[in-house]
Design a protein around this ligand. Structure first.
Ligand code: ADP
Ligand code: MG
Ligand code: MG
Length: 210
């Protein structure tokens, strides 16, 4: 029921925030190679503000919690990642209005990916978070709808797919975001936003497995 979903969601958010804090320098180091060395700080600032709202989350539906995470990230994170993460979460949260089920979670994942692609105008292979998200969302949907796997198993496969997506960003040339200013010199570096996307997914999986 809703209170079980709410508690699971809050636990996931807290685990994500703790992981982002722990990986702050990892993310900033990745961004220093091909960007402006702020991705770890940006993400940390956003999730620190989100965690301060946990008391308010206790009174909210899952959809409103996700929406508030989005607006809080928008309000606290400048740069490319703020509107991409925040705006896409905010808009995709509508798909969770009937609660979190296998069906609504697929709709949420697809809406989130579409929003990121819309806002960032990034295609697959542009060396962005889209490269982690795209295989993850497709794997999640296919695992449930085609392979009939339970959502948790499907999500574990999606995390594996996101991990391969992150690895795929290393040898390719950036076509979007600050890294694209480097042209071919962006080759050989892992994308920070794809990496933070993977970290977030890993924490959601870890929470769901508990
Ligand atoms: P900024 O580049 O403004 O400093 P961040 O460093 O916080 O913002 O975030 C950089 C990450 O945002 C990149 O690693 C990439 O994954 C993602 N990103 C940047 N531009 C785009 C875009 N147009 N579409 C999708 N993702 C993007
Ligand atoms: Mg940056
Ligand atoms: Mg910046």
């Amino acid at each position: 029921d809703e209170s079980v979903q709410r508690e699971a969601l809050i636990a996931a958010i807290e685990n994500v925030a703790a992981r982002i804090e722990a990986e702050k320098s990892t993310l900033t180091d990745l961004d220093s190679a091909i960007g402006d060395a702020d991705h770890g700080n940006n993400m940390h600032r956003g999730f620190e503000a989100v965690v301060e709202k946990v008391d308010e989350f206790e009174e909210m539906s899952p959809a409103d919690i996700v929406k508030t995470v989005g607006t809080t990230i928008i309000g606290n994170v400048g740069g490319a990642s703020g509107p991409l993460y925040g705006g896409s979460l905010m808009s995709a949260s509508q798909e969770l209005e009937d609660g979190i089920t296998a069906e609504t979670s697929i709709a949420f994942a697809e809406a989130y990916l579409e929003k990121v692609k819309d806002r960032g105008d990034a295609h697959l292979g542009a060396k962005t978070m889209v490269d982690a998200l795209t295989p993850a969302v497709h794997t999640y949907k296919k695992s449930i709808e085609h392979d009939d796997l339970p959502p948790l198993t499907a999500f574990a496969k999606a995390v594996d797919a996101a991990e391969r997506g992150v690895e795929f960003t290393v040898p390719i040339r950036a076509a979007k975001g600050r890294a694209s200013f480097l042209g071919w010199r962006s080759v050989g570096h892992q994308d920070p936003g794809a990496t933070s996307t993977l970290f977030i997914m890993q924490e959601i999986l870890k929470t769901a497995e508990e």
